[in-house]
Design a protein around this ligand. Structure first.
Ligand code: ADP
Ligand code: MG
Length: 402
């Protein structure tokens, strides 16, 4: 689960991380009222969408010369003008895809002078099964580009969970950023706050880009200027308070509907809808579709107990995708017997008025009864004997329609 920048910063501030003052706003009036509460005279008006690259992004409705989704304002009037232009319009960034995202929230924040920008992130490194800290002097840039062009500028430190974050980790990170003295101490404090936040919220990712050195009358200060925080969805039951930060308007509607039925659904770009039980089998099904020359339209794991209700919901979600030209059901009857699943498939296919070819491969307990139910259903269901057979058949069906 991802949250907005302003929510991430409010959260990180609770863990002692230095962020500039800021206030979220849902309307032009709120934006001006927010700016009035900040010291000024420089403000930043920031579009709040669940995607990065906002600064360099473009609004669909505004001309190519219009400013992006992160704008400096030197007066309340400028804050008002920017808020008016941004709210309700669609911001397209390198991360949103062509469709872009509608801006419904803004963050009005203190504008700071920036000396230098760094990159600092914490994530779960699957290779080491540890939290990794990734630091780079190349802040404010797309980190994937840095990794590609100048990989030597990216430093990674993994943290042993048995010791947790140690002072030496902080020193290594400060050194990687080229910081010494007071700024190094500030970097260590920020890292400690980020680490505590990561553990305390069961985060999956905390990305600060940029972490900036800001000259102030009291000397140089390190500030988190942008924060992207994502939590482990499987741990959310432990964090009811964080669930309130969820903004479902930022989520894919089909994925949202799937989550209500406890279905693991991810939309993909192909034309063969897949309904499978078990994530491993779902992955194998997608692979074999590709091996046969077509592409899956989705990943969908209906889980161990594939009830009629779940199967019906899954069919409906798959069929809402106009790209779907055929459906492959691949279910192993282990916990659930094949005849029960077949009943579910037949009932669901009738209920949703199936309009595309359907290939079903069943295997497991009571498989023959299951196949008989499909064969006697009166529906044009194409039975398949194994995974390879199923993939070939659905690919042939889809190509026959095209
Ligand atoms: P995004 O990564 O989505 O483009 P950022 O929050 O990183 O959005 O903002 C883009 C750039 O805008 C930053 O790299 C920084 O240079 C500048 N910026 C962001 N926040 C501030 C701020 N509070 N004061 C001054 N400049 C800022
Ligand atoms: Mg950024």
């Amino acid at each position: 689960m991802n949250i907005h920048e302003y929510q991430a910063k409010e959260l990180l501030a609770k863990f002692g991380v230095a962020v500039p003052k800021g206030i979220p706003a849902m309307s032009v009036e709120e934006a001006v009222a927010a700016a009035k509460q900040l010291p000024g005279p420089l403000y930043v008006v920031k579009a709040q969408i669940h995607a990065g690259g906002r600064g360099k992004g473009k609004f669909k409705e505004l001309g190519p010369d219009a400013k992006g989704g992160v704008r400096l304002a030197k007066s309340l009037a400028e804050v008002e003008a920017h808020a008016r232009e941004m709210l309700g319009n669609t911001l397209v960034t390198v991360q949103t895809g062509e469709a872009g995202k509608q801006v419904n929230r803004l963050y009005i924040t203190d504008g700071v002078d920036i000396g230098k920008e760094f990159y600092l992130a914490l994530l779960v490194d699957r290779a080491t099964s540890r939290i990794a800290v990734v630091a780079s002097t190349e802040g404010g840039m797309n980190i994937e580009d840095v990794a590609h062009e100048t990989p030597e500028k990216i430093h990674t430190v993994t943290i042993d969970p048995a010791t947790g974050l140690m002072p030496h980790h902080g020193r290594v990170v400060a050194k990687a950023l080229g910081l010494s003295g007071d700024l190094a101490r500030q970097a260590q404090a920020i890292l400690a706050g980020l680490y505590a936040a990561f553990l305390g919220t069961d985060a999956e990712q905390i990305e600060i880009n940029p972490l900036a050195v800001c000259p102030t009358p009291e000397g140089n200060k390190l500030y988190v200027l942008d924060a992207k925080v994502g939590f482990d969805g499987n741990a959310m039951f432990r964090h009811k308070d964080l669930l309130e930060l969820r903004d479902t308007t930022e989520e894919d509607p089909a994925e949202l509907e799937a989550s209500e039925f406890d279905l693991a659904y991810i939309k993909l770009d192909g034309n063969i809808g897949c309904m499978v039980n078990g994530a491993g089998l779902a992955m194998a099904t997608m692979d074999i579709i590709k091996l046969n020359g077509e592409f899956p339209a989705n990943f969908l794991d209906v889980g161990g107990g594939a009830s009629k209700e779940k199967v019906t919901a899954a069919f409906k979600i798959i069929l809402k995708d106009p790209a779907v030209k055929g459906i492959l059901v691949n279910i192993f009857g282990g916990i659930m017997k094949c005849d029960i699943i077949a009943d579910g498939i037949v009932a669901a296919a009738k209920e949703v008025n199936l309009s595309v070819p359907l290939v079903v491969r069943l295997e497991g307990t009571n498989v023959q009864q299951g196949k008989d139910i499909l064969a006697n259903s009166g529906l044009p269901i194409v039975p398949a004997n194994d995974l390879g057979d199923a993939a070939k058949k659905i690919v042939a069906e889809v190509r026959a329609v095209a």
